[in-house]
Design a protein around this ligand. Structure first.
Ligand code: ADP
Ligand code: MG
Length: 386
């Protein structure tokens, strides 16, 4: 699906009958190449912003409310604009919008009454960050002409999700949507919140495969993992008070202190600590155009999520194993929060057709589900469309 600016404003004008051309903003989804669940542990991540994006058109309205229509869901939500600052979550998609508006209001950006029209190309709940792209596009639409520091924007949208929606997420998704770069992945250091561009070798394609399953376990397990990582930090702190997060623990240090950590948090910590190392190694391998090393790190990352962090599922494991056995596939791993959603695959251009065909027939044969494929080309971060 390609959302053109004119299609968007036409739909917007029909839906809301505004008199003037609305302003329109775009914020991309992202696929994380490597560095999973490391962001809320102050660690390293390596996402790319996608061409698939969420678009939000905005126009002032006389009705005193912030009214929002999702053309994906064909539903409208509204709140009195003046009361958004104290709105409460309703466990509904509107929370992403209300939460973003509330964070803006609390940061001193007044929310004027208006109509928002949302149209997103990012599949929902597939681990490609439809939620952060919705938050960031909404924030830009509500800000309009007012400028905001990019990091402030990412932080504010993250607070919308962690404090209002109630998902204790790290900053990767919002950061990637804001800072994404055309033609490169970005390695984000979630401790100092700086990033650097990482170019990928020309002879490999990034393909996300949507398993089209989402197991209910997802959000409760996410919270559980956050808590288990905190437990690991607390145990390590008893022997080394300088440690504030798992980012401060090197692999050597971990080997010395791991016996002080209870078994489950120990496994979680091992994933985070080895995963941080894999992000740095992957970026180095990408710079050296070492595809087989990049692929090895993908598979090691998946193994770690499957066995140590325990956030994979049968469908994802099957997709990874099937992909890894195909000639011309350098590596595969699950991506995103886990328990469903997408895998990300490093595929040589010559192998693309066979990859699609073999994955589709194997996955259909095993689960009676037709997977979806997205070729992921690094795209620019969020901004005004027109
Ligand atoms: P992900 O971010 O991986 O896609 P999440 O569970 O974090 O998955 O966020 C998905 C949720 O975001 C959806 O269930 C819905 O509430 C909200 N959302 C995303 N895109 C839209 C949209 N276009 N319209 C309305 N709500 C959306
Ligand atoms: Mg999300």
């Amino acid at each position: 699906m390609v959302v053109t600016a004119s299609a968007l404003s036409e739909a917007f004008l029909q839906q809301f009958q505004t008199e003037r051309q609305p302003d329109c903003f775009r914020a991309p989804g992202r696929v994380n190449l490597i560095g999973e669940h490391t962001d809320y542990n102050q660690g390293l991540v390596l996402p790319i912003a996608l061409e698939m994006a969420c678009y939000v058109a905005v126009a002032p309205a006389p009705h005193g409310n912030l009214r929002v229509y999702s053309s994906n869901l064909k539903q409208t939500r509204e709140w009195p604009a003046a009361r958004l600052v104290s709105a409460l979550p309703e466990r509904d998609w509107g929370d992403y919008v209300a939460g973003t508006a509330q964070q803006l209001a609390r940061a001193g950006y007044e929310i004027a009454p208006g109509d928002l029209y949302i149209r997103s190309e990012v599949p929902e709940g597939a681990g490609l960050s439809s939620s952060a792209s919705l938050e960031v596009a909404t924030a830009l639409a509500l800000l309009g002409e007012r400028s905001i520091d990019k990091l402030e924007l990412a932080k504010l949208c993250r607070r919308a999700e962690s404090q209002f929606v109630g998902m204790p997420c790290g900053i990767m998704d919002q950061y990637a949507s804001v800072f994404g770069q055309e033609g490169a992945a970005i390695q984000i250091d979630c401790r100092n919140l700086e990033y650097r561009a990482v170019k990928l070798p020309a002879d490999v394609r990034i393909i996300a495969v949507n398993s089209r399953v989402k197991h209910e376990l997802g959000s409760s397990a996410y919270r559980e993992r956050v808590a288990e990582c905190n437990e690991a930090v607390a145990a390590i702190r008893k022997v080394n008070g300088a440690v504030e997060s798992l980012r401060d623990v090197s692999l050597d240090c971990f080997k010395q202190v791991q016996d002080y950590v209870p078994p489950t948090p120990r496994k979680r910590a091992r994933h985070i600590i080895t995963e941080n190392a894999r992000v740095a190694e992957f970026s180095a391998a990408a710079a050296a155009c070492d595809l087989s090393e990049m692929g090895r790190l993908f598979l090691a990352s998946h193994w770690s999520m499957q066995h140590d962090y325990q956030i994979s599922c049968e469908e994802l494991d099957f997709l990874v194993e099937t992909a890894a056995a195909i000639e011309g596939v350098e590596g595969a791993r699950m991506t995103g929060g886990g328990f469903g959603g997408c895998t990300v695959n490093l595929v040589r251009p010559f192998a693309l057709d066979g990859f699609r065909r073999k994955i589709t027939s194997a996955y259909e044969g095993r689960f009676q589900i037709t997977p979806l494929f997205y070729e992921c080309t690094p795209a620019r971060g969020a901004g005004r469309l027109y």
